[in-house]
Write a protein of this length. Sequence first.
Length: 40
Amino acid sequence: MRQGRPGYKLIFVAYITTRSGRRIYAYERGLKAFAIWVKA
């Protein structure tokens, strides 16, 4: 796994919402979850 980012933590989510409001689910892309860096 890549090195951690100072001040951020890695979370995993089942879906992401685009700016247009559409939800993209991880299972539609063949994944279990999306990895997202968020400020801790």
